[in-house]
Design a protein around this ligand. Structure first.
Ligand code: ADP
Ligand code: MG
Length: 322
């Protein structure tokens, strides 16, 4: 830990200025004034979301600074993706236990990498001292009336999911020492650098009836669509997309097949999109693999069946803070 001291303004200037600035087409004013000014194109609505990550709760207190930064921004942007919004700008409220130059350099580099990846500028924030905590607020734009909501699922829709499920739960088990760590770094990346499905979200505008990003686990998040839409989501547990790396853990008997299925159904943190769309309208999209995993039927809640049609029983409340 560096012993040097710095004022709040030195920290802002050194580590939080100019991040993602090349993507600030919509930014009229950023950094240094009382507010940032953003201009939205006509016929666009502002989509807003905020997320707080607390050390020891949302990420291990020992996590690397660059990893924390990348995960924090990706997780926030995933909410924009789930609504079909295009990233416009973000703000960062950061509470730091001390002035630690190495940590701040790592954090700033990770944030910059992620801001460039998602093409989103940092336009302001707040910097305070206290227990490590990060809050990112993201702003996006979406055509008026077009945002993808949780409440639009209709009986007869197919249910789809992007990418792979269960990797982040396996990664967390590794981080917590419940599973041997992977030497390839694949699971580490899946946990700390989740890919917010920004392009897919925008491609789904006018196509999907409802969407959500999977932060608390498929069962819990599909449950949010089911209750907001007043329908039942019936999932086929045998077709959940699983990465080769997760399958390898099963093949090497590090986890059982049931455990892999439980990771995919109840593990959170994958930040894939789950959405519903009329099957006849939906062309599989090229950008990212999308798999059909179920149907929307009359009723309520989430039902999970295996190939024989037997109903599987999983606790599906997801992560609860209180
Ligand atoms: P105020 O007192 O008017 O709220 P601050 O002193 O908190 O302003 O911040 C000064 C300027 O620095 C503001 O423009 C604010 O948006 C920006 N800022 C503060 N913290 C951060 C941060 N972590 N990242 C980016 N900009 C920041
Ligand atoms: Mg302030």
């Amino acid at each position: 830990m560096s012993a040097a001291s710095a004022s709040e303004f030195d920290i802002i200037k050194r580590y939080f200025t100019g991040i993602g600035a090349e993507y600030g087409d919509a930014v009229i004013l950023s950094g240094g004034d009382d507010c940032a000014l953003i201009s939205l194109a006509p016929e666009q609505q502002l989509a807003l979301s905020i997320d707080t990550l607390v050390a020891g709760r949302h990420f291990p207190a020992s996590a690397g600074a660059a990893d924390i930064a990348q995960r924090t921004l990706a997780v926030a942007i995933s909410d924009l993706a789930a609504m079909g919004a295009k990233p416009v700008a973000f703000t960062l409220a950061i509470t730091l236990p001390s002035y630690d130059r190495d940590w701040l350099e790592g954090f700033s580099a990770g944030l910059k990498k992620s801001a460039n990846h998602y093409q989103i500028p940092l336009v302001g924030g707040d910097t305070t001292a206290g227990p490590l905590s990060l809050t990112v607020q993201v702003q996006g734009s979406v055509p008026v009336g077009a945002a993808l909501r949780r409440s639009g699922a209709k009986v007869g829709d197919a249910v789809y999911v992007s990418g792979f499920l269960g990797d982040a739960a396996a990664a967390l088990a590794m981080l917590e020492g419940r599973l041997p760590a992977d030497d390839q770094g694949y699971f580490h990346r899946r946990f700390y650098q989740p890919q917010a499905r920004v392009q897919l979200g925008q491609q789904l505008l006018g196509v999907a009836h409802s969407a959500i990003d999977i932060s608390d686990g498929l069962l819990a998040d599909a449950g949010h669509i089911a209750s907001a839409s007043g329908v039942c989501i019936r999932l086929n547990a045998d077709v959940l997309p699983r990465s080769k790396a997760l399958q390898r853990l099963v093949d090497e008997q590090l986890i059982s097949s049931q455990q892999a299925r439980a990771y995919a159904l109840t593990g959170g943190d994958d930040y894939e999109l789950c959405f519903t769309a009329p099957p006849q309208n939906f062309d599989p999209l090229a950008a990212v693999a999308v798999v059909e995993i179920g149907r929307v039927v009359a009723g309520e809640g989430v039902q999970c069946l295996d190939h024989s049609g037997a109903v599987l029983d999983f606790p599906h409340h997801g992560f609860q803070h209180f």
